[in-house]
Design a binder for this molecule. Structure first.
Ligand SMILES: O=C(O)CCC(=O)C(=O)O
Ligand SMILES: [Fe+2]
Length: 567
C-alpha cells in the first residue's frame, strides 16, 4: 500500500517537473527567437546607420576633393598669373619710371595674390583638419559601433551558451526523467515480482505446513509402528528362545529315536516275524471288530426298537444314545443320507462318506488336551462374553460375543498376548486327531477334509437370551445354517450332570424321535452335516457348558487357516 502511494506521489512529481521543463523550454525558445529578431533588427539598424555615415563621409570626401581640386586649379591659375606677371616684369624692366609703378602694382598684386593663396592654403588646412576630425569622429563612431556590435555579439554568444546549457540541462532533466520513469517501471516490476514471490512463498509455506503435518502424522505412525516392531522383536526373541529349546529337545529326541532305530534294527527280524503274526492277528481282530460293530449297530437298532416299544412312545420319544457315565471307545449308527446332502457332496469325489451316520468316541482326546482347551476358552472369553446365554469365541477369525454383539477379539488384545503358542499347538493336534478319526469313520482320506468356518468354542448358560444368537436350543440342520459344512464334529470340554444340568445334544429322527448325547469331558461327536442329522441343544438349566464345534468341508475354497498362522 505504502509503495503504491509513494509511486503515485512520485508520478505526480514527475509530471509536474515535466510540465515545468516544457514551460521553461518554451520560454527559452521564445526568448531565443526574440533575441534573434532583436539582433537582426539591430544589425539592420547599424547597417543603415553605417551606410548613411559612409555616404556622408563619401560626400564630404567628394566635396573636399572637389574643393581641393578647385583650390589647386585656382592656385595653378594664380601661379600662372604670377608667372605671367614675372615675365611681364622682366619684359617691362626697361622703363624705370613705369617700372616702379608697375613694380608697385605688381608687388601689390603679388602680395594680394600671396595673401589670397595663403588664405586659401589656410582654408585648405582647416578644411583638411575638419576632414581629419570628421574622419577621426567617424572612426571613433565606427569603433564604438564595432565595440557595441562586439559586445552585443558576446552577449548573444553568452545568451546562446546559456541557452545551450539550459537546453543541455533540459535534455539532462528529460534523460533523468526517462531514467526515473524506467526506474519506476523497474520498481513496479520489482514490486510485482515481489508480490508474486510473496504469493509463491505463501503457497509454498502452506504446502510446507501440509507436508510438516503429514510428516508429523507419519512420524507418530512410524513411532507406533516402531513400538509395534520392538514388541514384535521381543516376541520374536522369546519365540526364538522357545524354538531353541524345542530344537534342543528335538535333537535329544532325534538321538533317542536313532538309538531306538538301532535297537529296532536289531529287533528287525524279530519284529518282522512279530509283524506278520500281528498282521494276521489284526486281520482277525478287524474281522472281529467289524463283527462287533455290526453286532453293536444291530444292538443299537434293537435297543432303539426296544426303547420305542418299552416307552410305547407317542409322537416324541427320546432315547439315550451316549450317556455321560459310560465310556465309549466307539459308538455309532449309520443313517440314510439326505438327498440334498448326497447331491451336494457328490460334487467332491473322494470326499463322500461310505455311509452317513453319527459317532461318539471318548478316548481320542486326552484329559490334558481338554484342560488346555478349557484354559484357552476361559481366557479368551474373559475379554468379552455374551450378556445372554450363548458366548462364542472363534480363534480363526477372532469373532467373539461381547454384550449383545460380536467383536474382533484380536482388536481388543493382540494374539501374542492372548494365546500361548503351546496352547495353539495343542489346539492344532486336537483338531488333527478329530480330522483323522472323522476320516476313518467315514472311509475318507484326511487330506480331503478342510477346516471351515465357523469353527468355535461355545459357553452355554441358562441366562435369558438377549439376541437371536443367544437362542441356542432351536432345532436345525448344520448344512442349512452353514452351507460350507459337510461334516460336523464336537469336542465336549466338561461334564453333563456334574458341571452343568440340562444341555443334552439331541438328534431328531423322522421329525419326532430323539436320540440324546450327553456331553462328557473329552467326548468327540462326529456326524454328517445334512438333513439326516437334524439336531438341537437342550436349554442349560444350571452351570456352564463348554464345547468346541469343529467343522469340515470338502470344498478347498471354503478352507480356513489354522490360528497358528497368526504367529
Ligand atoms: O454344542 C453342541 O452340542 C452343538 C452345537 C451345535 O449344534 C452347532 O454348533 O451347530
Ligand atoms: Fe448344530
Amino acid at each position: 500500500m505504502q509503495l503504491k502511494h509513494a509511486e503515485r506521489k512520485h508520478k505526480i512529481d514527475l509530471t509536474m517537473m515535466e510540465d515545468l521543463c516544457k514551460y521553461k523550454m518554451r520560454i527559452l525558445e521564445e526568448r531565443e527567437s526574440h533575441l534573434e529578431n532583436e539582433m537582426i533588427s539591430l544589425q539592420e539598424e547599424f547597417n543603415a546607420k553605417l551606410q548613411k555615415q559612409k555616404e556622408t563621409q563619401e560626400e564630404l570626401v567628394r566635396n573636399y576633393n572637389e574643393k581641393l581640386r578647385n583650390l589647386q586649379e585656382e592656385q595653378l591659375t594664380e601661379m600662372k598669373r604670377v608667372a605671367e606677371l614675372q615675365s611681364l616684369k622682366a619684359s617691362i624692366g626697361l622703363s624705370n619710371a613705369n617700372k616702379k609703378n608697375v613694380e608697385e602694382v605688381v608687388s601689390k598684386e603679388l602680395t594680394l595674390r600671396e595673401i589670397a593663396i595663403e588664405e586659401k592654403q589656410k582654408e585648405l588646412l582647416e578644411f583638411e583638419e575638419r576632414l581629419n576630425r570628421t574622419k577621426t569622429s567617424l572612426d571613433s563612431k565606427k569603433a564604438s559601433i564595432d565595440t557595441r556590435i562586439e559586445e552585443f555579439e558576446t552577449k548573444m554568444a553568452k545568451e546562446k551558451l546559456s541557452l545551450e546549457q539550459q537546453k543541455k540541462y533540459l535534455k539532462l532533466s528529460q534523460n533523468i526523467l526517462a531514467e526515473k520513469e524506467m526506474y519506476w517501471e523497474r520498481e513496479k516490476q520489482c514490486e510485482k515480482d515481489f508480490v508474486t514471490s510473496c504469493k509463491q512463498e505463501l503457497e509454498a509455506r502452506a504446502e510446507l505446513q501440509g507436508t510438516v503435518e503429514e510428516v508429523r502424522r507419519l512420524k507418530s505412525r512410524l513411532e507406533t509402528e516402531r513400538n509395534e516392531i520392538k514388541k514384535e522383536e521381543m516376541r520374536l526373541k522369546e519365540e526364538k528362545w522357545r524354538l531353541r529349546n524345542i530344537e534342543q529337545e528335538f535333537s535329544f529326541q532325534e538321538k533317542h529315536v536313532q538309538k531306538l532305530l538301532q535297537e529296532a534294527e536289531l529287533k528287525k527280524d524279530e519284529g518282522v516275524r512279530a509283524l506278520k503274526k500281528a498282521q494276521s492277528i489284526e486281520r482277525h481282530l478287524d474281522e472281529r471288530v467289524e463283527n462287533v460293530e455290526k453286532r453293536m449297530m444291530e444292538l443299537n437298532r434293537k435297543e432303539e426298537l426296544l426303547t420305542k416299544v418299552c416307552t410305547n412312545a407317542d409322537d416324541s420319544f427320546s432315547r439315550l444314545f451316549a450317556g455321560q457315565e459310560k465310556n465309549f471307545e466307539f459308538k455309532g449308527v449309520y443313517v440314510l443320507c439326505s438327498k440334498k446332502y448326497l447331491q451336494d457332496i457328490s460334487k467332491y469325489p473322494g470326499c463322500q462318506p461310505q455311509k452317513c451316520g453319527r459317532f461318539v468316541m471318548d478316548n481320542v482326546i486326552s484329559n490334558e488336551e481338554v484342560n488346555t482347551m478349557m484354559a484357552l476358552v476361559k481366557r479368551g472369553l474373559s475379554y468379552g462374553g455374551s450378556h445372554g446365554g450363548a458366548s462364542i469365541l472363534d480363534l480363526h477369525t477372532g469373532a467373539m460375543s461381547k454384550g449383545v454383539h460380536f467383536v474382533n477379539l484380536y482388536k481388543l488384545v493382540s494374539p501374542h498376548r492372548l494365546l500361548d503358542i503351546r496352547e495353539l499347538e495343542v489346539y492344532r493336534i486336537v483338531r488333527k486327531k478329530i480330522q483323522n478319526v472323522l476320516a476313518a469313520k467315514f472311509g475318507l482320506v484326511p487330506e480331503m477334509l478342510h477346516l471351515t468356518k465357523p469353527t468355535f468354542f461355545s459357553r452355554l448358560t441358562n441366562k435369558s437370551p438377549l439376541s437371536s444368537n443367544d437362542e441356542y436350543w432351536h432345532p436345525h440342520v448344520d448344512k442349512e445354517t452353514y452351507p460350507s459344512f459337510h461334516y460336523t464334529t464336537l469336542l465336549y470340554l466338561n461334564d453333563y450332570g456334574i458341571d452343568f444340568r440340562g444341555g443334552q445334544f439331541q438328534f431328531i429322527d423322522n421329525g419326532n424321535s430323539k436320540s440324546a448325547v450327553q456331553p462328557k469331558k473329552g467326548r468327540v461327536l462326529l456326524f454328517t452335516s445334512g438333513q439326516e442329522n437334524a439336531h438341537y441343544v437342550e436349554k442349560v438349566i444350571s452351570g456352564e457348558r463348554y464345547a468346541i464345534t469343529i467343522s469340515f468341508t470338502c470344498d478347498y475354497r471354503e478352507a480356513i487357516p489354522d490360528p497358528l498362522s497368526k504367529f
